[in-house]
Design a protein around this ligand. Structure first.
Ligand SMILES: CC(C)(COP(=O)(O)OP(=O)(O)OC[C@H]1O[C@@H](n2cnc3c(N)ncnc32)[C@H](O)[C@@H]1OP(=O)(O)O)[C@@H](O)C(=O)NCCC(=O)NCCS
Length: 206
């Protein structure tokens, strides 16, 4: 678990949100990133619904996640004042013949944005992924945001996702140099399949 202090601006936003919508608790001075727990699922799903809307289930990335569990040890939430204010999970995939991870969905509660929560989730997640022995991560997202973490289109330029995607938004990162060298071909989901008896996921995130 990692704790962070919110910048003054975010604290000001928090106090406004507090008075109007109860999104933040009075006196909340920071957030922490921790592993997701089973009881976080409902709040996480509601946060993703607010962040992405119904389109979350139509995304090409979802084709790699549907019917599967997230990668072991790689589901995180950001918590502030007892509330789930951010979520990030990673998923096992095969990229060509290279084992890899898909990053996402990433979402931060709107009143808490630009306070470093997204960055903290990604940095925490990438560090954990490296510790767990994963060599690379890919995602579909905005390059201007993800470039700051080292993601670029080059490592995945010869890989094909299972659906339409803007090539400028398909990005990869090698955690281990050379992990994606020569990677080409189809990207497919490789995570454990959801058991019918599993309570989670009720609906998989986009
Ligand atoms: C994208 C998102 C997770 C960022 O969370 P966050 O906690 O605000 O992120 P950080 O605090 O680490 O970074 C904020 C900075 O990133 C910038 N940023 C946010 N989204 C961006 C984007 N799509 N493209 C470029 N820059 C972006 C912000 O303008 C801000 O810049 P600043 O530091 O100069 O003010 C959040 O905006 C969100 O949940 N959006 C809706 C869901 C979504 O789009 N998820 C990502 C899918 S690709």
């Amino acid at each position: 678990m990692v704790s962070h202090t919110l910048p003054a601006l975010a604290a000001a936003i928090a106090s406004v949100a507090n008075s109007g919508f109860g999104l933040m608790r009075p006196g909340s001075a920071g957030f922490r990133v921790r592993d997701e727990r089973p009881r976080d699922v409902e709040a996480r799903e509601a946060l993703l619904d607010r962040g992405f809307g119904p389109a979350r289930f139509t995304k090409t990335s979802e084709r790699l996640r549907e019917g599967r569990l997230p990668a072991e040890g790689l589901s995180f939430v950001a918590v502030c004042g007892g509330a789930i204010v951010g979520t990030l999970r990673f998923w096992s995939i095969e990229a060509g013949r290279h084992p890899s991870l898909l990053l996402g969905p990433l979402a931060v509660e709107s009143a808490y944005r630009s306070a470093g929560i997204g960055r903290a989730l990604i940095e925490h997640g990438l560090k954990r992924a490296g510790k767990l022995g994963h060599g690379s991560v890919m995602l579909v997202g905005d390059a201007p945001y993800y470039a700051r973490f080292g993601f670029s289109a080059a490592p995945v330029s010869r890989l094909v996702l299972p659906g339409p995607v803007d090539p400028a938004r398909f990005l990869g990162l090698e955690l281990v140099p050379g992990a994606l060298a020569g990677a080409s071909g189809r990207v497919v989901g490789a995570g454990l399949l959801v058991s019918r008896r599993e309570p989670e996921p009720l609906r998989l995130a986009a």
